[in-house]
Design a protein. Structure first.
Length: 120
């Protein structure tokens, strides 16, 4: 993914392959600014925590596309700001999110868009 060019509304973005390196998946998470589309940090954190809890309880990330993208964005930002080598990222969860994004988008998404109403 070329991070040197900003994404414009509607620009096509390929969803990472199932076997993509974790860093590629995390970079993909930055293609959606969840803070902007979901009302800021507190709202995104709550949405991401609910999504993570659901995945921990069920092993599935069966959520809307915008929710999966927001949760992936939050995981990337959390890793960027707080994670250390002593606290590894939950790779299974991150891959479940990108699998869900791929499932509902057929491997390609548009760049930043307006959030869906009633997200979750």
């Amino acid at each position: 993914m070329d991070r040197t060019q900003p994404l414009e509304e509607g620009d096509p973005v390929a969803v990472p392959r199932p076997d993509a390196p974790l860093m590629e998946i995390l970079d993909f998470g930055l293609t959606y600014n969840a803070y902007e589309h979901h009302g800021g940090f507190a709202h995104v954190a709550a949405l991401a925590q609910r999504t993570r809890r659901r995945w921990e309880e069920t092993g599935a990330a069966r959520v809307r596309l915008s929710t999966a993208r927001a949760a992936l964005f939050f995981e990337q930002r959390s890793l960027h700001w707080t994670s250390t080598l002593d606290e590894p990222i939950e790779e299974g969860y991150v891959r479940a999110l990108v699998d869900r994004i791929r499932e509902v988008s057929y491997d390609m998404i548009s760049g930043p868009t307006e959030p869906e109403k009633g997200d979750e």
